[in-house]
Design a protein around this ligand. Structure first.
Ligand code: ADP
Ligand code: MG
Length: 218
């Protein structure tokens, strides 16, 4: 069975993970360190949302994904991020925005595990924590940032985070971020990024209200 594809007018593809067939990680063309990490984590087969997202992302598509809590959304974007990252290059290549410090930390930890056999560093960036260690981690070349919009924007404005090398931009818990009023910050962060053609954009949410469709189109 194939995933149901519903291209939206804005070039986003909405997928319904429940229609995707189950596959095994062995069928994926994964880099060896990613494969080994999944096995260390005890992940034997992808969840439905993971297999849906992987196929589309490797084709270079932007995605808007709706999938319920607990369905494995973090690794759905984490595995492709680990897969496309170059661990020889320093500097931010992927950024994941989440609505709260706890969620940003959770994402950072999961991606750290996925990248445990690569020379990649993941930097959690959120407010309420001292900024200097974050500045140092970024200056040391962290390749992945998982953070909350306010503090991320703060780093961009201070010039301590360079967004020009970002190839993957993820909004996790998009519905919550919008209901918490992060829309303007997200848009300001987006303005500093490489153009749409040079990066992949992924929106994840448990629901897709119209406000998300709107931000998706931007
Ligand atoms: P969501 O973001 O959709 O709410 P999470 O990414 O937090 O879901 O994942 C929920 C739980 O499922 C986590 O404990 C995670 O470690 C586990 N998990 C994710 N993918 C797999 C997998 N392929 N195999 C086994 N467990 C998984
Ligand atoms: Mg989640």
């Amino acid at each position: 069975m194939r995933a149901k594809l519903e291209p939206t007018p804005k070039g986003f593809t909405t997928i319904d993970p429940l229609t995707e067939a189950e596959t095994s990680f062995d069928e994926w063309d994964l880099a060896e360190p990613v494969r080994r990490a999944l096995s260390d984590m005890g992940y034997e087969r992808p969840t439905l949302v993971q297999s849906s997202v992987f196929g589309h992302l490797t084709k270079g598509q932007d995605l808007m994904v709706q999938s319920k809590t607990g369905s494995g959304k973090t690794a759905a974007f984490g595995i492709p991020i680990a897969q496309i990252l170059s661990d020889e290059k320093k500097g931010v290549q992927a950024i994941i925005l989440a609505p709260t410090r706890e969620l940003a930390l959770q994402v950072a930890r999961e991606i750290e595990k996925l990248c445990q056999h690569m020379d990649v560093s993941v930097c959690p960036i959120y407010g309420g924590a001292p900024i200097n260690p974050q500045i140092k981690a970024l200056a040391d070349g962290a390749q992945i940032v998982a953070g909350t919009p306010g503090r991320v924007l703060d780093h961009i404005r201070r010039g301590t985070m360079d967004t020009s090398g970002i190839r993957m931009f993820v909004l996790d818990e998009c519905d919550e971020m919008l209901s918490m009023g992060f829309q303007e910050e997200i848009e300001n962060i987006l303005k500093t990024m490489p153009s749409k053609e040079q990066r992949q954009t992924l929106l994840f949410s448990a629901t897709i209200p119209t406000a998300i469709e709107r931000i998706g189109s931007r």
